[in-house]
Design a protein around this ligand. Structure first.
Ligand code: ZN
Length: 125
């Protein structure tokens, strides 16, 4: 397998050590989208670094949701001007937040593991 960059590994949800094993058991568009593998299927890296490790992912998820909130609000304002009532903002933001929830959840965990997991890449020999 050709070398995978860190950015590609993050985008594809791969293990930070070997960049081949999948972090999640199921695809993002699945009812069990949040189930993670306990260990990497390729290099056996433990994904649950320590108890409560992924609590920090909430802050990353919060940043994602804030960005979604701000960009959707701005888009509504640009498209409709100040004619849009408040309930319209609330409903549209709620729907888009729910639709993007699996991606927000997964990428916040992926980034948490890649940035703060303390796992360095080991090139396959
Ligand atoms: Zn691995």
């Amino acid at each position: 397998m050709p070398n995978v960059s860190k950015l590609q590994a993050i985008h594809q949800g791969k293990c930070p050590r070997c960049r081949e094993g999948k972090l999640f058991k199921h695809p993002a568009v699945h009812s069990k989208f949040m189930m993670m593998n306990e260990y990497c299927e390729v290099c056996h890296q433990k994904f649950d670094i320590e108890p409560g490790f992924y609590f920090g992912a909430m802050y990353i998820s919060y940043a994602f949701q804030t960005a979604i909130f701000a960009s959707v609000s701005l888009a509504i304002f640009i498209l409709m001007g100040d004619k849009a009532p408040l309930w319209y903002y609330i409903i549209v933001i709620l729907i888009i937040s729910l639709v993007t929830l699996p991606f927000s959840f997964r990428y916040s965990r992926i980034l948490m593991l890649h940035w703060f997991g303390g796992v360095s890449y080991r090139k396959k020999t």
